[in-house]
Design a protein around this ligand. Structure first.
Ligand SMILES: C[S@@+](CC[C@H](N)C(=O)[O-])C[C@H]1O[C@@H](n2cnc3c(N)ncnc32)[C@H](O)[C@@H]1O
Length: 269
């Protein structure tokens, strides 16, 4: 039984694939593949002028990844932690999941958040232990000062055997500096000042306030040392090939992975 009411308006009917089959076939490409990465790259280039198209594609792609590891999400309870304006939550619902958005910043929720969105911090979710079949967090870890505590909370709310999807842009990635990338390679303060000077706009991120230098090597060591989760996969989220291999190369992975995707399984308590 789900601990939440179903999404308002009900979930759209879905054509569910068989368990473990994933849904990348429905989109006509495989993950990883050049075609998929190219489509994502093109969408990212239009993130500012067409966020709807960009984030809808990213959401379909991410939910495909979840389904590839865990089977169809239809009927499952999914938590989208730090989900911004809710593109991922909406995509989970479109596929029949009981999906819920938790976002601490009302400004990020925007004017039309998904029904039943909750303003809540990922460090302290207003949920009992083990409620979720899938806990999903896309590109949030580099925005929290204490990633270990954040991960502990994701693990706490996930049922034993449940899946945890965590991705983040690591600091030395070409996109690590976010809107001031790639100039962060030459120093965060200088990169930020350059962005403000060049665009005339205030920078959204400040290192140490709402953006933190998270590295792949140290994150993997911390996650491997945990006893509440096991790593199913550590891979580049967007790469067209060698997505897992690149993460195994110390040093190189910090620059070449771009965005680390961790697929974790909640251990029995
Ligand atoms: C780059 S956005 C990512 C939004 C969305 N998940 C995506 O992938 O497009 C980072 C999000 O993390 C949220 N965030 C920051 N600190 C958080 C915290 N302690 N708990 C949960 N979310 C947090 C921000 O409010 C913001 O919505």
């Amino acid at each position: 039984m789900t601990p939440f009411p179903p999404p308002r308006g009900g979930a759209a009917p879905v054509t569910a694939p068989r368990p473990g089959e994933g849904t990348s076939r429905r989109l006509g490409w495989k993950d990883p593949s050049f075609r998929r990465s190219l489509a994502l790259f093109r969408a990212f280039r239009h993130e500012q002028d067409d966020p709807e198209a960009c984030y809808s594609l990213l959401a379909r792609d991410a939910v495909d990844q979840v389904e590839a590891y865990d089977g169809p999400v239809a009927g499952r309870t999914v938590l989208d932690v730090g989900g911004g304006s809710g593109y991922f939550t909406e995509e989970f619902r479109r596929r029949g999941a009981n999906a819920f958005l938790f976002e601490p910043d009302p400004a990020e929720l925007g004017g039309k958040p998904p029904a039943a969105a909750v303003v809540a911090d990922g460090y302290l979710l207003p949920l009992r232990d083990g409620v979720a079949d899938v806990t999903f967090s896309s590109n949030v870890l580099e925005h929290v000062a204490d990633p270990e505590t954040f991960l502990s909370e994701l693990a706490r709310v996930t049922r034993p055997g449940g899946l945890i999807y965590v991705s983040f842009t690591n600091w030395l990635s070409p996109w690590g500096g976010h809107e001031w990338a790639p100039w962060h390679w030459f120093g965060a303060e200088r990169a930020r000042a350059r962005y403000v000077r060049r665009t005339g706009r205030p920078a959204k991120h400040t290192l140490g306030e709402n953006l933190f230098a998270v590295h792949i090597g140290s994150t993997l060591r911390q996650v491997r040392a945990r006893d509440d989760v096991t790593i199913v996969s550590a891979r580049s989220r967007y790469w067209p090939f060698l997505a897992e291999a690149v993460v195994k190369a110390p040093g190189i992975r910090e620059f070449a992975t771009w965005n680390l995707l961790l697929i974790l399984r909640r251990c029995p308590s």
